[in-house]
Design a protein around this ligand. Structure first.
Ligand code: SF4
Length: 307
């Protein structure tokens, strides 16, 4: 696996194989880093955000492009500012200087050659953990190559059913790749480690957001986790915050392109999933208050921290 340049891109399971120096693949990205925000973020899980915030960098572009993405201006509409590799290294150090508990790389896969080089430039000055915050659609080879760089994995596990992953993220093979990648993340980091203040230092948090009308898919994912991952070696974060943004939103001219998910989830749907998690003993982790399904989870993408 070539993580050193962009000449033939196989960084994610799309495996476009294109030369990113002259073209772009499914993710829409060239070979220059682009990001939309670098700031302290307080809305991750408590062991990630702590009291001082997570030093979060939102990278532009995405390898999944979900139709309901809440970050769609940066993931799919090109919003962002170009950064050189040394500038990205300085952003990491600046976030640390601001008191961040960690460096939180959000959707960084499409820029990995640059991100790794930036980390190499400053790692002797970085004393806080590196968080890899991703959609779960990763190549297991890439996860292995990141073993020396990533302390905390924060992957989504979005879909079990290929029809759902194909319809909402154009990724029929989502579960095959995500399940293999997450299994490797857990093997690589071992059980979660927290410091004396309850701030995570290493480990895996598997995030799952319950989608409208898809609670059976959520339950299948919980069973897969229960049956396949070693107990006590990971946290689960079960999210109720789904809001129909972007192509799923009713407010689009012509209405939602995905009317079946153009609503929030119901308390009944979330509780069915939550109760199954409890019945399976998957209680080590985070359950979201149903009332927290609000838009303030989306930070302003105003290029903060990138000057
Ligand atoms: S990172 Fe982008 S160009 Fe590379 S394989 Fe994935 S989608 Fe294709």
């Amino acid at each position: 696996m070539n993580l050193s340049d962009y000449s033939s891109c196989h960084l994610c399971p799309r495996s476009c194989g294109i030369d990113r120096r002259v073209s772009s693949g499914f993710c829409g990205c060239g070979d220059t880093i682009k990001a939309a925000r670098a700031a302290l973020h307080y809305w991750e899980e408590p062991c990630i955000s702590g009291t001082r915030g997570s030093g979060t960098i939102f990278f532009s572009g995405c390898t999944l492009k979900c139709c309901f993405c809440q970050n769609y201006p940066i993931s799919q509409q090109g919003l962002g500012k170009e950064l050189t590799i040394p500038q990205l290294g300085d952003v990491f150090l600046s976030l640390q200087d601001q008191g961040a508990h960690n460096i939180n790389l959000v959707t960084a896969t499409q820029y990995l050659p640059s991100v790794i080089t930036a980390l190499d430039l400053v790692k002797h000055k970085l004393a806080i953990p590196i968080v890899y915050n991703c959609g779960g659609y990763e190549r297991v080879e890439i996860v292995r190559e990141l073993a020396d760089y990533v302390d905390i994995w924060l992957p989504d596990l979005k879909y079990y059913d290929t029809a759902l992953s194909n319809r909402y993220s154009q990724a029929k093979n989502y579960f095959d790749h995500a399940s293999e990648a997450i299994s490797q993340m857990v093997r690589q980091t071992g059980a979660p480690v927290l410091d004396s203040d309850g701030i995570m230092q290493s480990g895996v948090i598997i995030r799952h957001m319950v989608l409208p009308g898809a609670r059976e898919d959520s339950i299948r994912l919980l069973h897969w986790i229960h049956d396949n991952l070693p107990k006590g070696q990971y946290y689960i974060s079960l999210l109720s915050q789904y809001t129909p943004f972007f192509r799923a939103a009713k407010a689009n001219p012509g209405g939602s392109e995905f009317p079946e998910i153009s609503r929030r989830i119901t308390t009944f749907e979330y509780e069915k999933v939550l109760n199954e998690a409890i019945a399976l003993g998957l209680e080590q982790g985070f359950m979201q208050e149903k009332s927290s399904a609000k838009e303030e989870y989306t930070p302003p993408f105003d290029l903060e921290g990138l000057d």
